[in-house]
Write a protein that binds this ligand. Structure first.
Ligand SMILES: [Zn+2]
Length: 468
C-alpha cells in the first residue's frame, strides 16, 4: 500500500455543514425564517450571491467565451440591475462546449480529476438521443441541492417518519438519486427506492406499498396512472384504499384532478433540472410552485425577443443559480414555458410562485401555423374518463400538397366503449383546446407502450415528428 495516495477527500470533512444550514436553512428552520423573508432582504441576499456567482462564472472558459461574444466580462456586472445585460444560452451551447472539449466540456469549473481534492458526484440529463450531458457536483452544490429538495418535500407536507416510494429512475439521471439524498438527510422521512417499472415491476411496487404501508409516492403522472390501473385491472386493488396520503410529481400539463381522483390523494407539482437542482415546489395550498428565491433567480422571457415578461405572462424560463460553485448556471434558457402566478399564497411563504410548466419551447410543434404542445394534447386525453390517459402524437407531411397532419393515438379504458363517439368527442375537444384540427386513433390498453415506454422508463415519450 506504499503507493496509495496520502490524501483522500472525505465527505464529512469537505464542508462546514452548520454554516451551510445557516446559509440555506433546511426544514423546520426554513419555515421559521427564510420562507418569511421580506422582499427587500431577499433582494439584498440575492445580490450578494449573484455577484459571487458571476465572479465564479468569470473563471469558467464557457462563460468567458460566451460573454466575450457580447463584449462583456465578469467585472462589467455590478449587481442585479445588470442581469439583463448577460446573454442567455441554451442546451445547444452546452452541447457545443462538450464537443469542443470532450468528454466533459468546459461549461463546468470542475473535471473528474478534481476528485483528488474534493468528493464529486456525477449525474446526467435524461438524454434521449446521443450521450447524456454530464454534470459534476462539488460537495457544497450537492449538499445544498439536498437541502432544497428537503424543503420541497416539507412544503408538500411530507413529515418525519413517512415512508416515501420513489419511482423515478435509479441510474445516471438525478431522477431517483436526488430525492433519496434530500429525503434521507433533511426530512426525517424514509425513502423506498423502487425506481421505475424497469427496476422493480409495478405489481411488486404495489405489493410493497400495501405490505409496508407506504404513505407517500413520488413519480411522473404517466407512471402513477399506469400504477393505479395495474392495481385495479390486474390485482383487483383500488389504490385509494392503500393509505397513500400525498403524491409528489412533475405535473407539467397533465390533469391534476383526474390523478387525484384516481389515487384519492392530493398531488403536488415541482420543478427542477439536473443542471440546477430543485427550483420550485407547491405547498399544501397548491397555488403554484414556490421558487426557492434564495438559491435561484428565475426569469420569464419572451421566446422571440428575450424581453423579461411581467408576472402572469407566459414565456421561456431563464435560470440563474445562486448557490452553485462547481458549475453555476447564469441565464440558462432551458426552453420550458412557464409564468409567474400573481397574488399571495395563504401559507405565508414570500417566495414567488410559478403557475406550472406549460410545455417545452423546443417540443412545440408547428402544425399548419399553430403552436401545439404535446402536453396540451395529454391534458385533453386525461380529462376524458373513457381513456386511461395514455397517448402518443405523430406528426407527418401527407399527400401531394404536403399538408402537416397530427395523429393522436389514444388508449381506451374499456374494450366495450363506443369508440366512434369517443373518437369524435376527442377530436372536437382537441380542436377547441389546440385551435387546430387533429386526427384521433383509438388503441387497446398497453398498445402504445412500445412508443411511449410508460411501463419501463420514467422519461416517457409523447411525440414523433416524422417531418424531421
Ligand atoms: Zn404556499
Amino acid at each position: 500500500m506504499d503507493d496509495y495516495p496520502q490524501h483522500v477527500p472525505w465527505y464529512s470533512r469537505s464542508l462546514d455543514f452548520e454554516q451551510l444550514a445557516r446559509d440555506y436553512p433546511p426544514p423546520p428552520d426554513f419555515f421559521r425564517e427564510r420562507a418569511r423573508i421580506s422582499r427587500d432582504e431577499l433582494r439584498a441576499l440575492q445580490e450578494k450571491r449573484f455577484l459571487a456567482t458571476v465572479k465564479r462564472g468569470g473563471e469558467i472558459p464557457f462563460f468567458r467565451r460566451h460573454w466575450a461574444k457580447a463584449g462583456l466580462e465578469a467585472g462589467d456586472i455590478r449587481g442585479l440591475d445588470d442581469l439583463a445585460k448577460i446573454p442567455p444560452y441554451t442546451v445547444h451551447d452546452i452541447r457545443e462546449s462538450i464537443e469542443r472539449n470532450p468528454p466533459f466540456g468546459d461549461f463546468m469549473g470542475l473535471t473528474p480529476e478534481d476528485g483528488q481534492r474534493m468528493p464529486l458526484v456525477l449525474q446526467t440529463s435524461g438524454g434521449t438521443t446521443g450521450l447524456p450531458r454530464p454534470m459534476l457536483y462539488a460537495p457544497q452544490d450537492r449538499e445544498t441541492m439536498a437541502i432544497l429538495g428537503g424543503r420541497r418535500f416539507a412544503l408538500h407536507g411530507i413529515r418525519p417518519g413517512d415512508l416515501v416510494l420513489v419511482t423515478y429512475a435509479l441510474g445516471l439521471s438525478n431522477g431517483g438519486m436526488a430525492p433519496r439524498e434530500a429525503l434521507w438527510r433533511y426530512t426525517g422521512a424514509v425513502p423506498v427506492m423502487t425506481g421505475s417499472g424497469a427496476t422493480t415491476p409495478t405489481r411488486r411496487q404495489l405489493e410493497l406499498i400495501q405490505a409496508w404501508k407506504v404513505n407517500v409516492i413520488l413519480g411522473f403522472p404517466a407512471y402513477l396512472r399506469h400504477m393505479a390501473l395495474v392495481a385495479r385491472d390486474e390485482m383487483g386493488i383500488d389504490v385509494r384504499t392503500l393509505g397513500v396520503r400525498l403524491i409528489g410529481t412533475h405535473l407539467g400539463m397533465e390533469d391534476r384532478e383526474s390523478l387525484e381522483a384516481l389515487w384519492g390523494a392530493p398531488c403536488h407539482d415541482m420543478y427542477g433540472t439536473h443542471e440546477s437542482g430543485m427550483m420550485g415546489a407547491e405547498c399544501r395550498h397548491r397555488t403554484g410552485m414556490h421558487v426557492q428565491e434564495d438559491a435561484f433567480i428565475l426569469e420569464i422571457a419572451d421566446p422571440e425577443t428575450g424581453a423579461i415578461l411581467p408576472d402572469g405572462e407566459k414565456g421561456t424560463t431563464y435560470i440563474t443559480t445562486l448557490y452553485k460553485w462547481g458549475a453555476p448556471q447564469i441565464r440558462f434558457n432551458v426552453n420550458d414555458i412557464s409564468a409567474y402566478a400573481t397574488g399571495e399564497c395563504p401559507c405565508g411563504c414570500t417566495f414567488r410562485r410559478l403557475r406550472r410548466i406549460f410545455g417545452r419551447n423546443d417540443n412545440m410543434v408547428k402544425l399548419r401555423g399553430v403552436n401545439v404542445f404535446p402536453e396540451a394534447v395529454g391534458a385533453v386525453v386525461a380529462e376524458d374518463a373513457r381513456t386511461n390517459g395514455e397517448y402518443f402524437c405523430v406528426v407527418e407531411r401527407v399527400g401531394e400538397a404536403g399538408t402537416d397532419e397530427m395523429t393522436v393515438m389514444v388508449e381506451v379504458r374499456e374494450a366495450a366503449a363506443d369508440r366512434e363517439a369517443l373518437r369524435a368527442d376527442l377530436e372536437r375537444r382537441m380542436k377547441e383546446v389546440l385551435g387546430v384540427r387533429v386526427t384521433v386513433s383509438l388503441h387497446d390498453k398497453g398498445a402504445l407502450d412500445r412508443h411511449t415506454g410508460t411501463s419501463q422508463t420514467s422519461k416517457v415519450k409523447r411525440l414523433l415528428d416524422r417531418r424531421k
